[in-house]
Design a protein around this ligand. Sequence first.
Ligand code: ARG
Length: 398
Amino acid sequence: MKKIVLAYSGGLDTSIIIKWLQTTQNAEIIAFTADVGQKENPAILEEKAIKTGAKKFYFKDLKNEFIDDYILPSLKASALYEDRYPMATSLSRPLIAKNMVDVARMENADAVAHGCTGKGNDQVRFELAFKSLAPELEIIAPVRVWEFKSREEEIEYAKKHKIPIDVTKKRPYSIDWNLWGISIECGVLENPWQEPPEDAYQITKSPEKSPSKPDYIEIEFNQGIPTAINGKNMNCLDIITLLNGIGGKHGVGRIDMIENRLVGIKSREIYEAPAATILHSAHLELEKLVIERELYHFKNIISKKYAELVYYGYWFSDFRKCLDAFVNTTQKYVSGIVRVKLFKGQCIPVGRKSKFSLYEESLSTYTSKDIFDHKASKGFIDIFGLPLVLEGKRNRKK
Ligand code: ARG
């Protein structure tokens, strides 16, 4: 009998997939759920999976692996897709896929399956990860090929096969939730002209309702990695949890964007990522203080490419590893403290310091303490501007 490891969320689609795979593939199903901070009750999930027909259920706490191997590299790389999206969903897919491959190997499974649709990015991310790590495994994507054309047909099927589902819980949005952020789409959000209703947001207060006094937070980094909040050393999971709480309270980290999907579609998605927004902004601020100009500019280019690779599902590529090697080298001096102000939906860096700072007050000051050699600038400008002088002369001749 065929054995299939399924990425299982406990929702309608993946519940039906268990039964559908069993019957169409004559297979034994191993359901796999990753704990990436989405606050699921594993006991309830397990009961549901087994009742639905899964032979076995795995629930793995991947929060720390997620942080160490996926979130922190992307933070150091300042990877924001299309300049804004910290990629909570995108980063979690290769992590889940890798752990599914581990289970598949342990269980001697023949195939892996996921519940992604045929028009999203996530199918690509899962499958590129599977292909990179275990090209021998068959990949099955039931939602792309099955007969159901609507939610109603799926519910019908569930009823017929006595699959326990919660039909009353029809949510108006499709939500993907983990500790690095929440992705929300569908429903009224599909109209890009419509402002997201408050009920679309899960963890952030609206700036209108957020406190009328700011909170100031000091975030310490060591070589690009956050290590302390307000002088207190904390592990990254606690830091992220704390910042999601306090940032959410101030309405920080709401992102409403039209994005370019890999499959060519433009989609409208809402994100809530208080901790990711605060950490990216503080980290970038520290880099401005300690990284030399040309390297800083070049790293910006790398950040864009890095974000594309993550978004496109190229996580396990040599390309991404090469960029990581570059990024890690840039982080040697990214140690210090940034003070941010959280207020009415904004995270504003208002102070920064580092023992590796390249900022020299004696050079930048306009007071009598100034040591900059003003006279030297003439020669600098003469030579730096020489190409433009030549060009200007030529253009006037014409
Ligand atoms: N657009 C985001 C991405 O591709 C999130 C996709 C999942 N969104 C959702 N609401 N289920 O990374």
